[in-house]
Design a protein. Structure first.
Lengths: 256, 385
C-alpha cells in the first residue's frame, strides 16, 4: 500500500486511532496493535501527561506517535491553551484541533475552529483540524495553513457513517492537503467507502473502542482501510444499467 | 524493641481491614498500618455499590464471574460483621435499575441486556412505564431500563467502622497516622522480613499484605519489577441529603453516565467520574456539573436535595481492570490491590483469599488466577505521588 504524507511525515498506515471509550488499558493496547495504526490521538484535557502507566504510556509502548487533541474545548482560547500545554508536555507541535460548538451533537464550532487554527499555525503548530463537512470551511482551514483537513462523516460516536458523501466529494475535489475522515464511522464498510471516495486516511475511535470485541474490530478496520484504498487505486468498473457477460463472446470456437 | 506478627497489612481501607479481620479470626497475630485514618483512601469516597450484573460488559466474562462471587459473599459477611462489631454496615439488597436517559441510551442498554441474557444473569428489560411504576421519581422521558433485582449497596463508612471495631475487639492491632518508611528484605532480597515504620519502629512479619490501593506499588524497599502495574484512577463523588423530603429512589439507580445511591437514612450519593489524572485529587466544577446533570436528567427530584460535599479519591487501577490478589515474587509478600471500582464489592472474597494465602492455603477458585504474575515483568505503572 502506498505511503502517504502529512506535513512531510510519511505513514504506512492510513488509519489513525483514537484512545477514548476503551473498557480497559489492556483492551486499548490490543486494539492499537491489531489496527496497525502508527498514530494515536489522546485528549489532553482528559489525561495528566506526567501520570505513569496510563493512556500515554500505553500509546508510546505500542510504538505509536502520540497526536494530542483538544477534545472538550469549547472556545478558541481554550483549544489554543490546551495545544500549547500539549506541546510543552509531549514535545510535539502536532495537534488535532477540536473546538466543539454544541454539547449534544459535539459538532465543531466553525468560527472558533478557524480562529484557533490561524493562531496555532502562526505559532508553528502542525494543525489537523476536526471540521464539519462544509467544503467552504475546509477550504478556509486549508488556506489558513492546516496540514490536513479532517471532516466528519457524521457526529462523533454516532456510528452513522458518511451522512453526506456529496459534501465529502466536494472537499476531496479541491483539497490540496490530505483529507482524513474523522468521526462517524460505525463499521468496516464505512471506512472502505471513505477510502474509495478518495480520503487519504481515516481517524476513528468509538467504532473500535465500543465494539463488543475491540481487537477484532481494529483488525477489521485495518483491512477495510486497505481494501478501500486498493479498490480506489485499482479503478472500479463503471456502473451499468444492463448486464455485461464477464466472459467475452468474441474469439470463442465456432461450433456451428 | 522489634515486635513480630504473623501478618502485617499495609493499608487500612476496606480490603486491608477485612483481610486483617479474617486473618485474626483464624488466630493469627495481626497489625494494620495506615498512614492516615482508616478508610481515608478510595474506601472513603466509595458509594458502596454491590452491582456485578449492571457492571457487566463485553469481553469481561472472567471479571463478571469474580464480581458475582463477590456479591454472593456479602450477605453473610455483613451479618457477621454487624454481629461482631455492633456497627450497621448499611447492607441492603435494594435492587438496581440501569436507566436510559434517551433512545440512544436505550439502544446501548438493549445490547447490554443481550449480553446479560447470554451470560444467564438475572436482569430484565422494562419499558419506561414499567420502570416508573417501580420508581415514580424517574423522569417521564425515560424510555426504558434494565432491572437487576439481586443488586444493592453497603455504607462504606459503616463497613470501615465495623471492621475497625471488630478487628480491635478480637485482639488485632491497628496503627493509624503511621507511614511505612521501607520494607526490609533478607536473603539477598528473596525474603521479606518486615518493615521500618515512619516513627522509626521496626516490625517483623511472616507475611506482609500490601493493600495500599493506588499507592501500593510505590513503597520503598520493593525490589525492581516486583510491583504490578497499578495506577491511580480518579473518581469524584457527591454527597447530598434528602432531609424530610422523600428519597429520589428506592433502588440503586444507574445511567451510562452516573449512579445514585439513596440510603434509607436520607443520605444520597451521586457518583462517579473516572479520570486518568495521576495522583490529582482536585474536585472540579466540570466533575460536579456532569454528575448533577446526569443524575437530574433521570431523577429530576435531585434538584431538591441539600448539597453536603463533593470529594475526589483514587481507585487503584490495573491494565485489565481486574484486582491483583496473590503472592508476590518475594517470599512473604502478598498483594491485595487493583480493585478499581470494585473494592467494596470484592472486599469479603479478597479477605477470604488473603486469609487463605497467609495460612498457606489456596484462595477461592474465582480469585485464583489474579496474582501479580499475570503481568509481564516490566511494570508499566507504579507511580509515586
Amino acid at each position: 500500500m502506498a505511503a502517504f504524507e502529512i506535513a512531510g511525515h510519511a505513514f504506512d498506515s492510513r488509519l489513525i486511532i483514537g484512545t477514548g471509550g476503551f473498557r480497559s488499558l489492556e483492551a486499548m493496547a490490543t486494539a492499537i496493535e491489531a489496527s496497525g495504526a502508527e498514530m494515536a490521538t489522546v485528549a489532553m484535557r482528559r489525561v495528566d501527561a506526567s501520570a505513569r502507566g496510563s493512556v500515554l504510556d500505553i500509546v508510546r509502548d505500542s510504538g505509536c506517535i502520540v497526536l494530542p487533541n483538544t477534545a472538550g474545548c469549547f472556545t478558541a482560547r481554550d483549544a489554543v491553551t490546551t495545544a500549547r500545554l500539549a506541546r510543552e508536555a509531549l514535545e510535539t507541535d502536532w495537534v488535532k484541533l477540536e473546538v466543539i460548538g454544541d454539547d449534544r451533537t459535539l459538532l465543531p464550532d466553525a468560527a472558533e475552529l478557524l480562529e484557533a487554527a490561524e493562531t496555532l499555525v502562526d505559532e508553528g503548530f502542525t494543525v489537523l483540524p476536526y471540521t464539519s463537512d462544509d467544503p467552504v470551511l475546509a477550504a478556509r482551514l486549508e488556506d489558513a495553513g492546516c496540514a490536513a483537513v479532517m471532516p466528519l462523516g457524521s457526529p462523533i460516536g454516532s456510528g452513522m457513517g458518511i451522512a453526506n458523501p456529496y459534501n465529502l466529494r466536494l472537499i476531496l475535489e479541491r483539497s490540496r492537503v490530505p483529507v482524513i475522515l474523522d468521526a462517524g464511522i460505525g463499521t468496516a464498510s464505512d471506512a472502505t467507502v471513505a477510502m474509495e471516495l478518495g480520503c487519504a486516511g481515516i481517524l476513528l475511535a468509538s467504532a473500535i473502542s465500543r465494539a463488543e470485541d475491540p481487537g477484532r474490530m481494529a483488525r477489521a478496520m485495518r483491512l477495510a482501510v486497505e481494501a478501500g484504498l486498493l479498490a480506489r487505486e485499482a479503478g472500479r468498473i463503471p456502473r451499468r444499467l444492463y448486464a455485461e457477460a464477464s466472459s467475452p463472446v468474441e474469439g470463442t470456437a465456432d461450433l456451428a | 524493641m522489634t515486635k513480630s506478627y504473623d501478618v502485617v497489612v499495609v493499608g487500612g481501607g476496606v480490603v486491608g481491614l477485612a483481610a486483617a479481620w479474617r486473618a485474626r479470626r483464624r488466630g493469627l497475630s495481626v497489625l494494620v498500618v495506615e498512614r492516615g485514618r482508616v478508610g481515608d483512601g478510595a474506601s472513603g469516597v466509595a458509594a458502596g455499590m454491590l452491582a456485578p450484573v449492571t457492571e457487566a460488559d463485553f469481553g469481561e466474562d472472567r471479571a463478571i464471574a469474580l464480581n458475582l462471587a463477590g456479591l454472593e459473599r456479602w450477605p453473610a459477611f455483613a451479618a457477621e460483621l454487624s454481629e461482631r462489631s455492633g456497627v450497621d454496615t448499611g447492607y441492603r439488597r435494594s435492587g438496581a435499575l440501569v436507566v436510559a436517559a434517551d433512545r440512544d441510551d436505550a439502544e446501548v442498554l438493549r445490547r447490554v441486556a443481550g449480553l446479560q441474557r447470554s451470560l444467564g444473569l438475572e436482569a430484565s428489560w422494562l419499558t419506561g412505564r414499567e420502570a416508573r411504576r417501580l420508581e415514580p421519581g424517574l423522569s417521564p422521558r425515560v424510555p426504558g431500563a434494565l432491572e437487576a433485582p439481586a443488586e444493592g449497596y453497603v455504607d462504606p463508612p459503616g463497613v470501615v467502622a465495623g471492621l475497625r471495631a471488630a478487628l480491635l475487639a478480637e485482639g488485632g492491632e491497628l496503627r493509624e497516622q503511621t507511614t511505612v518508611e521501607r520494607l526490609e528484605l533478607a536473603d539477598g532480597g528473596a525474603h521479606l522480613e518486615g518493615m521500618v515504620l515512619g516513627d522509626g519502629a521496626s516490625v517483623r512479619a511472616e507475611h506482609v499484605v500490601l493493600a495500599a490501593g493506588a499507592w501500593s506499588g510505590g513503597l520503598a524497599g520493593l525490589p525492581p519489577g516486583e510491583a504490578p502495574p497499578i495506577r491511580p484512577v480518579k473518581g469524584q463523588i457527591l454527597s447530598l441529603r434528602a432531609g424530610d423530603r422523600s428519597l429520589p429512589a428506592e433502588r440503586l439507580i444507574r445511567t451510562l453516565r452516573c449512579y445514585v445511591v439513596s440510603r434509607t437514612d436520607g443520605r444520597v450519593v451521586i457518583g462517579a467520574t473516572t479520570e486518568e489524572r495521576g495522583f490529582d485529587v482536585r474536585v472540579t466544577a466540570e466533575g460536579i456539573y456532569r454528575l448533577l446533570e446526569a443524575a437530574r436528567e433521570v431523577l429530576p427530584d435531585v434538584d431538591e436535595l441539600e448539597f453536603v460535599s463533593a470529594r475526589a479519591g483514587l481507585r487503584p487501577g490495573t491494565p485489565d481492570n481486574a484486582p491483583v490478589v496473590g503472592r508476590g515474587e518475594v517470599d512473604g509478600l502478598v498483594w491485595a490491590t487493583g480493585h478499581g471500582r470494585n473494592g467494596v464489592l470484592l472486599a469479603p472474597i479478597t479477605a477470604e483469599a488473603l486469609a487463605a494465602l497467609v495460612c498457606g492455603e489456596e484462595p477461592p477458585e474465582e480469585l485464583a488466577s489474579y496474582g501479580p504474575d499475570r503481568f509481564p515483568a516490566r511494570a508499566v505503572g507504579a507511580g509515586r505521588p
